[in-house]
Design a protein around this ligand. Structure first.
Ligand code: NI
Length: 154
């Protein structure tokens, strides 16, 4: 395991559409190493979410980990370390909620972004199992932010 460098706005990989991970890759050694490295990196940088393109790996994988306690966004919420592979978002309520979003690839800046506040995420786990999550409010925003990275959107 290792902390990787988070690439910053201006790096071409951040503008790429990442490729899906194939079934025979998920659970394999190189994806497991990438997940372990991304976990170390997320914790080292003190972030709550990280997408693989941010460590210059253009594949559809993101991790979220929100430890307990109040966030700088004012809401108290938690999410254990969760790995999202090949995620697909379904909007359940398009009514937007706005948050000041930060990004490890754009240090020092925050931008006010409005997004649908109620979504369902279908994805595969690190073992390749299908899974889904329904999220509202801030968590819905966090996930949509990370998944934007998989489509080359900052
Ligand atoms: Ni980001």
């Amino acid at each position: 395991m290792a902390v990787r460098r988070v690439i910053r706005m201006g790096h071409p990989v951040l503008r790429e559409v990442a490729r899906p991970l194939a079934p025979d890759e998920i659970g394999g050694e190189s994806v497991a190493r990438l997940i372990a490295d991304m976990t170390d990196t997320l914790r080292d940088y003190g972030g709550i979410g990280l997408a693989a393109p941010q460590v210059a790996e253009p594949v559809r994988l993101a991790i979220i980990e929100i430890p307990g306690g109040p966030t700088r966004y004012g809401e108290i919420l938690t999410m254990p370390l969760t790995v999202f592979i090949n995620p697909v978002i379904e909007v359940l309520d398009p009514a937007p909620a706005g948050y000041w979003e930060g990004c490890l690839s754009i240090p020092g800046l925050r931008g006010y972004v409005e997004r649908p506040q109620h979504v369902r995420i279908r994805y595969q786990t690190e073992r390749g199992d299908p899974a889904e999550l329904e999220l509202q409010g801030f968590l819905a925003t966090v996930l949509q932010h990370e998944f934007d990275h998989l489509d080359g959107v900052l």
